[in-house]
Unconditional design. Structure first.
Length: 297
């Protein structure tokens, strides 16, 4: 059989993932899309299943035995035959799903994924792209943050294994009420927060500029280690803003939320993906939006 890869769509975004792969889609099992060929870059994906295999099973015990023979840690993606799948999962070693304290590295142990596609057949992949079950990362939350947007940065930094270092210079465009600036300030970064709207009164230790992110002159700001933007705007307007900062050559790393208002703008997606050294991904804490990252210096 030709090489296949499984792609688990984020909840609610199966059509977007199917459109990304077009005629390469072989079959779908709930949110799990099987496509021809080795793993390739995709934006609307919560987890990639590498080399998934079909496993015939004779019983609940047989299913658990076959999975344990491959490795210890497995995460169930259940879309049908839920009761039978749950009984199989009960016979497998437990995988911790308790919330992660930010700053704790992502789990390093191999984590496979499996699903029951018929009472007598499983689909399983021993290796996956995301270290969290079905890509669902949850944190011990901090209620002192100005907004819940901070969870997107926590997730991204955890998955990347990179984050701003103390004293690095960061700019947060469209910062109000300050959820992302709050994260950066707590990491020890030097933060410039830009927004016409005010920041949360409890946020301190940042340089606030009451200006439009779109009118800002990159050369007037000077060298920046990280540019962040969670601003609400149409994707093509954000693309214009990013291109201006790229042309200035003053920013080392970019993290921007591409927010879709109405239909998903695939043309804008492709334009962001075409920027050298960058990638698009859908975080567990994203809604109808993608996170665009460019870490190349």
């Amino acid at each position: 059989m030709a090489e296949l890869t499984g792609y688990l769509a984020p909840d609610g975004f199966l059509p977007e993932l199917q459109q990304e792969f077009g005629n390469d889609v072989i079959e779908c099992h709930g949110r799990l899309v099987l496509a021809r060929g080795p793993a390739r870059a995709a934006a609307w994906v919560a987890n990639v299943w590498h080399d998934p295999v079909h496993m015939p099973i004779q019983s609940i015990g047989d299913a658990a035995k076959k999975l344990r023979a491959v490795q210890r840690n497995w995460a169930l993606y259940s879309f049908t035959h839920h009761r039978r799948a749950a009984l199989i999962a009960d016979k497998l070693p437990k995988v911790s799903a308790k919330p992660l304290a930010f700053g704790t590295p992502a789990p390093a142990a191999p984590l496979g994924s499996w699903t029951l596609i018929a009472p007598d057949r499983m689909l399983a992949a021993a290796a996956c792209s995301n270290p969290f079950p079905n890509g669902d990362v949850r944190f011990v939350e901090d209620r002192t943050a100005p907004s819940r947007a901070y969870l997107k940065l926590w997730e991204l930094f955890t998955l990347l294994g990179q984050r701003p270092s103390p004293s690095e210079r960061c700019i947060d465009l469209g910062a109000s009420p300050g959820g992302w600036s709050w994260v950066l300030q707590r990491l020890g970064a030097r933060v410039i927060s830009v927004d016409k709207a005010p920041l949360d009164p409890g946020l301190s230790g940042v340089e606030y500029r009451s200006e439009s992110a779109f009118a800002l002159d990159p050369h007037a700001i000077g060298p920046i280690d990280w540019l962040f933007s969670d601003v609400v705007c149409y994707p093509k307007r954000l693309l214009t803003l990013v291109q201006r900062w790229l042309a200035a050559g003053t920013v080392r790393r970019f993290v921007c939320t591409v927010k879709f208002q109405g239909a998903t703008d695939f043309d804008a997606m492709q334009a962001f993906a075409a920027i050298p050294g960058s990638r698009l991904l859908h975080l567990h804490h994203n809604k109808h939006e993608l996170t665009w990252v460019r870490l190349a210096d």
